[in-house]
Design a protein around this ligand. Sequence first.
Ligand SMILES: [Fe+2]
Ligand SMILES: [Fe+2]
Length: 298
Amino acid sequence: MCKVVLFCIVRYSLAMDLQNNISVLFLGDVIGKPGRRVIKQYLAGHAPKADLIIANAENAAHGFGTTESNLQELRDAGVQAFTGGNHTFDRKEIFEFIDQQQNVIRPANYPAGTPGSGSCIVEIADGIKVGLINVLGRVFMEPLESPFLVAEKLIEQLSAETKIIIVDMHAEATAEKIALGLYLDGRVSAVVGTHTHVQTADERILPNGTAFLTDAGCCGPANGVIGMDQAAVFRRMVKQLPSRFEVAEGPAMVNGVVFDIDKTTGKASAIRRVQFKEILDEAENQATTDSSKLSKIV
Ligand SMILES: [Fe+2]
Ligand SMILES: [Fe+2]
């Protein structure tokens, strides 16, 4: 076969493949102002192109909970959907707005009657629908309903509308997150863990086509103790004294993961972790928008 024809066929196949995939960027727990700030920088020209951007917003309000203005700020930056976790209800104002907010979910395995919803369908370009589910783990956490059975039930419901389903498993134990990933393998497009605020390096496509990462990490202070000020944590951990945790200062980081998903089958074709670190302009103690001072780690 002539080289030109072969080149055209390969190019055409690649183009078709790209067209058939959607790309989803999932950002780990957003921690306070530094988290919101670094996401703004990241999405303003440093992030990979994505058809859908999701963030876990359980710590967006000074480390604990989420406010309406936090959500708006992140939406303005480009985030389209939000998941939650054990800190979702830390701020009482959330009870007034969670039912009115589109594409904002909280863990699905809270007791029946809890405000908000544990799943949603996000409509992206070209009318493509993406199902989003949020569950809380139970190992070293609250004794809620089984995340396995609750997720399974929701997958059944969402599958009537779309084959593309992303699950945020907000949990402490790596084993519980891996178990959920394997349990749902082939039934959802991706399972991503949140909550520990530390990104794991075990991204993979499971045998039946589900993309999996134990923890996405967090979007927040790079030098805190999982986002919190060191001194306050030392007071509690070293001196065993009560201490109020504050969000740490200094440079912030984005931690997240990108999934490429076949829009026809809902199977994942690729998964890659992303990290991005800002450098503060020390003179003003403000995040600089000068791209020469921003470093892309991965
Ligand atoms: Fe968190
Ligand atoms: Fe959490």
